[in-house]
Design a protein around this ligand. Structure first.
Ligand code: PLP
Length: 217
């Protein structure tokens, strides 16, 4: 596939769902990809990227930001509290606020620096023990707690279990967001972004369908 094709498919999925294509933001997930593939998409006009490790992003994006204007970088992987300060410097949006300890750290840093990027709360919709995120039953209370701390919560994020029908998880995330007055939904990856858009995704995180398979070797 590739960037142009995925852009078309995102726009089509939005139209099919009776939504405006510009209401869905395509985040190109560049983690682990060779730099030349990332540069090819920058040259093709893509500006919104997702990375899941602070360290990897720090080694790549400051330099690219000097060469390309208007880059918007989203953190989509787990954030350790000892990397939170660095993450606030590097990222324009954080999708993975997943526990009270991190909320407290971000609130403290926000007060200290006077700055905090928009935050998504990650919900563990499949209640998987190995996966990060707030349990669905605890989401309402956690959202309220974050708001009391003054954190700029803009929406919810989820990663459905691999073996399950993703649409059910997308629907659950949407329901939790709606009853808490949150409008943005970060959901949908290469294999299921069309379904996510049909369910109301405002941000889809697409990696391998744009760049090709990741080579972890
Ligand atoms: C890697 C990753 C993606 C992109 O996955 P693809 O299947 O390559 O599209 C999306 N979201 C998160 C949280 C990821 O870690």
């Amino acid at each position: 596939m590739g960037l142009a094709e995925i852009r078309q498919e995102v726009a089509k999925a939005a139209k099919d769902a009776g939504r405006a294509p510009e209401d869905v933001t395509l985040i190109a997930v560049s983690k682990v990809q060779p730099l030349e593939r990332v540069i090819a998409t920058l040259d093709a006009g893509q500006r919104i990227y997702g990375e899941n490790r602070v360290q990897e992003a720090a080694g790549k994006w400051p330099e690219l930001r000097e060469k390309y204007d208007g880059i918007e970088l989203h953190l989509i992987g787990p954030l350790q509290t000892n990397k939170a300060r660095q993450a606030l410097d590097l990222f324009d949006v954080i999708h993975t606020l997943d526990r009270p300890k991190l909320a407290k750290t971000l609130a403290r840093l926000a007060e200290e620096t006077g700055h905090c990027p928009p935050l998504f709360i990650q919900v563990n919709t499949g209640e998987e023990p190995q996966k990060a995120g707030i349990m669905p039953a605890e989401a309402d209370a956690f959202i309220a707690e974050c708001r009391e701390m003054g954190l700029p919560i803009v929406g919810l994020m989820c990663i459905p279990p691999v073996e399950e029908e993703p649409a059910l998880h997308f629907a659950l995330l949407k329901k939790i967001a709606a009853r808490n007055g949150l409008e943005q939904l970060s959901m949908g990856m290469s294999s299921d972004f069309e379904s996510a858009i049909a369910q109301g995704a405002t941000h889809v995180r697409v990696g391998s369908a744009i760049f090709g398979d990741r080579d972890y070797g």
